[in-house]
Design a protein around this ligand. Structure first.
Ligand code: FAD
Length: 497
């Protein structure tokens, strides 16, 4: 890297997408300042420390690990000097409401043996489905995820392939054509939920997540996902990037249609030749950019975007361990489609739930005091458009979830609690500044994917770019890392900008 750099870039937000964008901009010789509203980096991937327990706030399932490693390699570093990943097996242990369990693993032989246990005729169905998932992955991930999608021609180019791959069907619709057993249908369709999608409405293209997990595995970062955030921050500091925490941006200053600076909450104007926003695009367009500069993203257009579901996340530490617990557990309730309809369509906080339980101390005991277990439980819930009073509902909801966990999975939990706290959709809205308290940006529908999603290059304001879950390709750690990769094709090197 040259010792002198030309051009100042500002990155708004230090989520994984923002940190990855900062590395890529620095590698292209921009001077980079990252402005983060919160008092720690990572966004959804920040960390909470309570009573000796370490809780990753959000992402725990690390897939496509090369997307993280390549950020270090890009600037001549060995990622092994910065963080360590270990494979997790099974990927997920799924507990069905009838008491049966299914270990979703990357080992095809074990996977097929379990499928045969549920429904022997589904073994061939799964083989067909897996081949299809691989083809969808080759188009949807390999060819599209890290390419810009801001021209209609980009969309038209891929349309024939998407039609061939039956993208008009939903993930559930496609899986149900190959799999008979209702429990296996659930096990093979919950993955869109990982990026905020309803399996009954997310287009079949999201079946690529299945192949992405099969191909590269599911991993956990020793020390927690926060160790990846800290590795990226360390790298950026070594590269001379200025990361300013506790610095919310309140305005993107636009002159003659071009972003020229940002203004922070204390009134400071930070000049920029280039602004990359990792903040939610719905929030950025309506709250940070004057209406006179937005021909396309008017307040009305933004209000029509359908935001994804939100999440209730309960964190708790226990003064004991459950040695047979899997690292990642999916605990399914009595209803599947009905519950998803409550969350995504009806905006109802249901009495039943389907849960994801994270038990990182199964892999890395250092995340809790000796003999203790760190846990977090996540329940998909309606976003804040549903107007649920979380101030009132939050604690009783968490208590119901803990009861269910104690009954089905964690005997003795009630008497072993050492610490507990929660995040609700209100925290996503207020703390992370996400429209409607959505956990994953706009819902991944066909009409909100690729060209239809917020573009990585703003059509309204020159010199403004987006990375992160709200823009193409979408939510999830691989998605936001790919969104930063798209920048490589859109942003010139600083010297020629
Ligand atoms: C509970 C939970 C669990 C998840 N689990 C997984 C998982 O296991 N695997 C997976 O792949 N994905 C998972 N996801 C999804 C994944 O975490 C997210 O899609 C991804 O981390 C989002 O990254 P991002 O780049 O969009 O930035 P975000 O994490 O959304 O960060 C954006 C940052 O911008 C900052 N910001 C916003 N506005 C401003 C402003 N005006 N000025 C300055 N800063 C601002 C925010 O404070 C925040 O730090 C999970 C998500 C959640 C919520």
């Amino acid at each position: 890297m040259k010792s002198h750099t030309v051009g100042q870039a500002v990155v708004i937000g230090s989520g994984l997408g923002g940190l990855a964008a900062a590395v890529r901009l620095r590698a292209a010789e921009w001077r980079v300042t990252v402005l983060e509203a919160l008092d720690q980096p990572g966004g959804r991937a920040r960390v909470f420390h309570r009573d000796g327990f370490t809780f990753d706030a959000g992402p725990t399932v690390i897939t496509a690990p090369h997307l993280i490693a390549e950020l270090f390699e890009l600037v001549g570093r060995d990622p092994r000097d910065y963080f360590s990943l270990v494979p997790v097996d099974p990927f997920y242990r799924i507990h069905f409401d009838d008491g049966s369990t299914f270990d979703y693993t990357g080992n095809e032989e074990r996977l097929l043996a379990q499928i045969a246990r549920f429904e022997p005729r589904d073994v061939d169905g799964y083989r067909r489905l897996a081949r299809l998932a691989e083809r969808i992955f080759e188009t949807g991930f390999t060819q599209l995820a890290d390419k810009p999608f801001h021209r209609l021609s980009d969309m038209l180019r891929v349309l024939p392939a998407m039609l061939r791959l039956q993208s008009w069907r939903s993930v559930h619709g496609l899986v149900a054509r190959h799999i008979r057993d209702p429990r296996l249908r659930q096990a093979l369709t919950f993955e869109p939920l990982l990026v905020g999608g309803d399996p009954f409405r997310s287009p079949a293209i999201y079946l690529l997540i299945h192949w992405l997990e099969r191909k590269w595995g599911v991993h956990f970062a020793l020390g927690g996902t926060t160790s990846i955030v800290h590795a990226l921050v360390r790298l950026l500091e070594e590269l001379g990037v200025d990361i300013r925490l506790g610095t919310p941006v309140e305005e993107i200053v636009v002159e003659r249609g071009r972003a020229v600076a940002v203004r922070t909450s204390c009134g400071e104007r930070v000049p920029a030749a280039l602004v990359v926003s990792n903040a939610d695009p719905s929030f950025v367009y309506t709250r940070l950019i004057g209406a006179e500069h937005r021909a396309r993203h008017t307040d009305r257009a933004v209000s029509r975007v359908r935001q994804s579901m939100s999440l209730f996340v309960g964190y708790f530490g226990a003064r004991r361990t459950w040695p047979t617990l899997a690292h990642h557990t999916i605990l399914l309730g009595p209803r599947y489609r009905g519950l998803l309809d409550d969350v995504f369509r009806r905006g109802v906080l249901a009495d039943d739930f389907s849960l994801y339980l994270h038990a990182p101390t199964r892999t890395d005991p250092s995340l809790a005091p000796p003999g203790c277990e760190t846990l977090y439980v996540l329940s998909p819930v309606p976003n804040t458009r549903a107007r649920i009073d979380w101030e009132r509902e939050g604690e009783p909801y968490f208590a119901r979830i803990r009861d269910a966990l104690e009954r089905r999975l964690l005997p003795g939990l009630g008497g072993a609690l050492a610490t507990s706290f929660q995040l609700t959709p209100v925290d996503f809205e207020r703390t992370l500044r996400s429209a409607d308290g959505a956990a994953f940006g706009p819902e991944p529908l066909l009409t909100q994917s690729a060209w239809f999603r917020y573009h990585n290059r703003s059509p309204d304001v020159q010199g403004l770019y987006f990375v992160g879950a709200g823009t193409h390709p979408g939510g999830g750690v691989p998605g936001v890392l790919c969104s930063a990769k798209v920048l490589d094709r859109l942003v010139p090197r600083a010297a020629v900008a």
